[in-house]
Design a protein around this ligand. Sequence first.
Ligand SMILES: [Mn+2]
Length: 368
Amino acid sequence: MKITFRWFGNQDDSVTLDQIRQIPGMDGIVGGLHDIPAGEVWPLDQILALKKEIEEKGLNLEVIESVNVHEDIKLGLPTRDLYINNYQKTIRNLAQAGIKVICYNFMPIFDWTRSELAKELPDGSTALAYEKAKVEEVDPAVLIKMIESSSNGFSMPGWEPERVSKIKRAFELYRDVTEEDLFEHLQYFLEKIIPVAKECDVRMAIHPDDPPWSIFGLPKIVINKENLERIVKLVDSPYNGLTLCSGSLGANPNNDIPDIMRHFSAMGRIPFAHIRNVKIYENGDFTESSHRSSDGSLDIYEIVKALHDTGYTGYIRPDHGRMIWDEQARPGYGLYDRALGIMYILGIWDSLEKVKQSNGIVGSQSLS
Ligand SMILES: [Mn+2]
């Protein structure tokens, strides 16, 4: 298991590499070139410059999040082949720079959706929150304005201005796209990129939809165990993997996250895991919470145990955190609460290792 931390680069992140390297157990950065529009090739020199900057601080860059999939690919338009060709080139460039895992998603139009980026919790901290009534009964344009105005001046991943400017046309194009169509378009994409990923030894890792249900009438497919099973079999290769995100899938209480983690980890199909907690309310609203199991609706202990029991050797990151201790940062991506999350994950992991050793079982893997 390798601990990683998402970082948005020295121009667009309040957290520094010097701070990240001081978090116990830190192995590497989950990085990206966030100003390259979806569909364009990531230039090798820019990838290498990012890698150099990170490695100079004693960290590595082996996981990329995200290489966005152009909307035409998700829509299955004739123009998709051009963008798939570019995606293949990006995979090759990233492989050349030593990247091992590429996280991506296949969500129509929006990468993720919340109704509030700084909902105050009882202890005075703030967190991202989702109120069904606020999201599902408003015009998407209103939601875009809210995200823009409450992101502390940072551009939010998935809500970049160039993307949202095309939103009206995108909604029209999706009007007749069904979930079955989306599965077909994903299969077409995977059939073209997984052979390249295999050749380059880079594992592709699809991130679940967030939230894991349809909103604004848009189709969603990366939402539950059954669909994940279908997705990993669309092209049955270890290079067609998952970014298993506990918080995204976990917003639906019908998703048994420890079971899903255990199942796909045992199959060897989780190169990358996002671990965070959510507190779900009876009406289906949710707020993100601290990692501690008792603070949310997910049993983080059982989730980490599922990975540990199956000999997990992939990458983990703490995903989002609350905003605490007056930190001013990109919503969800402050330093403090994510660092606390890592300590909780490591505490569970180390305890499980101790138990395994005291039971006299020879461990097949060590904590890096
Ligand atoms: Mn996630």
